[in-house]
Design a binder for this molecule. Structure first.
Ligand SMILES: [Zn+2]
Length: 154
């Protein structure tokens, strides 16, 4: 998983995130929801407009990892910058136009230093969560080695 582009304009940050095919959906990783909520319990209370009426805590069972990335990033920015509240975010993808596995994350916040620091923390948290999931797996041999190898920090 790595960032392929970042842009800041008109009060927003635009992040292009390339995700490993082995970690596209949270449902691919047993224990993901519990692991991420143990690292970041605040996510339980996040609002999420997913078109299904699911709470974000329910979404965590089966959603795009890029969508979780968006929520973690927003949570960290909110914790770093006490002057903001309820930052809005959106995660979209269009693989007819963009490379496959590329997600576009847009957040209504553009203090670039804060966003860059928060991105580093988001990668660190997801890295820990991915490792926790592998520990919790009863059938760890089913995990593709590529899953670990592609979680980069570039
Ligand atoms: Zn959401």
């Amino acid at each position: 998983m790595h960032i392929s582009a970042i842009d800041f304009q008109q009060g927003k940050s635009f992040i292009a995130l390339l995700v490993s095919p082995d970690s596209i959906k949270t449902s691919q990783m047993p224990g993901f929801r519990e692991a991420i909520l143990s690292k970041m319990p605040e996510l339980r209370f996040h609002k999420c407009d997913n078109g299904l009426g699911n709470s974000f805590a329910d979404e965590l069972l089966d959603t795009e990892v890029a969508h979780v990335f968006e929520h973690v990033l927003i949570e960290i920015i909110s914790q770093m910058d006490g002057s903001v509240d309820n930052i809005r975010g959106l995660t979209t993808w269009n693989w007819r136009k963009d490379p496959r596995w590329l997600y576009r994350i847009e957040i209504a916040y553009d203090v670039s230093d804060t966003v860059l620091a928060a991105l580093r923390s988001t990668f660190a948290i997801l890295d820990e969560v991915f490792q926790l999931c592998s520990v919790n797996l009863s059938d760890a041999e089913d995990l593709s080695p590529a899953f670990f190898g592609t979680l980069g920090k570039s």
